[in-house]
Design a protein around this ligand. Sequence first.
Ligand code: BGP
Length: 460
Amino acid sequence: VQYKFPEGFWWGSATSATQMEGAANEGGKGKNIWDHWYEVEPNRFFEGVGPESTSDFYYRYKEDIQLMKEIGHNTFRLSISWSRLIPGGRGKVNQEAVKFYNNIIDELLANGIEPFVNLYHFDMPFELQEEGGWESRSVVDEYAAYAKEAFRLFGDRVSKWFTFNEPIVPVEGGYLYDFHYPNVVDGRRAVQVAYHTMVAHAKAVEVFRTFDINEGKIGIILNLTPSYPRSQNSADLKASRIADLFFNRSFLDPAVLGEYPEELIEILREHGQLPMTENGDRELIKANTADILGVNYYQPRRVKAKEHLPNPYGPFMPDWFFDNYEMPGRKMNPYRGWEIYEKGIYDIMINLKENYGNIESFISENGMGVQDEERFLEDGEIQDDYRIDFIREHLTWLHKAIQEGCNAKGYHLWTFMDNWSWMNAYKNRYGFFSVDVKTKERKPKKSAHWIKEVSEQNGF
Ligand code: BGP
């Protein structure tokens, strides 16, 4: 073994309720924005395949947890569906959901797999979205109430908690770039949504601290996209710094350091975009920082100085301050179209060590989406050597970061088995296991055997 990881390293994978559970209209679950959006626009992004059954984990969790164990997982991240636990988003807890999540947690623990539980993965209960979603301050309070229920119900057995997965994505998708419900393009509302999400995070952390959860930790999962400038000239550097402020530091700083970057506040103030706040928010955010940080890393952001002036009458956008830059010769995932830059994982970790108190962290998502993966089928098994290479290269950089003192505790692949996705239904396959969309049959890919070996020898 050339690359040995620290003892107790977390090997596993991640998923989310909407993408994996299925049973979207069963077990007393309420509607979330994805159920709704699919109902009204089934063909816009979803190719006519909705979230109603996805990978059917709701009914097959036992079998799936055996497969997790079989490939050496010692940890697994899932999310609780707010609209399943509390249909409508407020009020009464759904006992069928309690039973379901209890079963999963107990089954994982019985198989030596520690559950990492995330409270929110893009899935606002539809009724609360109708009340304004994250634009509404009362939804923030409902979220804190939901978090409290979850800690009360499952906190005796779950000790790793996360408030949000990639909270910037609903801001980008829902309020800036039109790829998540409610498909609004309005910078001011985007800022308000981002701010309220952070307040919600801090409130949930505050509630968490009132519970006596044995060695319990709470944190947040952020998709960090290191920002690389085209050149070292001052205009490119500035563009890259501002992109970093908007897309990384807008959540990373308040979540870990307890305060927003001064420069970000200045930019928003200058453009009249500061959000509405309440007395006490600043102290709340300051006092309730994360214990642990999940890092989702897929691709970097390459940035250059703005070449054309933005339309001054258009809505305020982060894009006023930079252009994206397609670096010649960059390595692309040929099967999906995202850049692959393995060293990004190292740069993120070094940044956390140097500027964020070396907070305890782990790679909570990293993975390679592949379209038409069936074409790699040989002798009944998908030969995903490209995925093995992808994981190995990223792990090599993660290993180097750990060698240099970074506090990285684990690696979770996105995802355990192929699942339904927000923008493209089943187009991009990511799993260690393939899933037949019709029969739901699971089959290991070559990478499943490989990761089993890696997890068992704690390195490669
Ligand atoms: C992340 C999300 C996941 C997952 C993944 C892959 O941003 O947290 O939910 O979907 O991206 O992206 P996609 O499914 O769009 O290929």
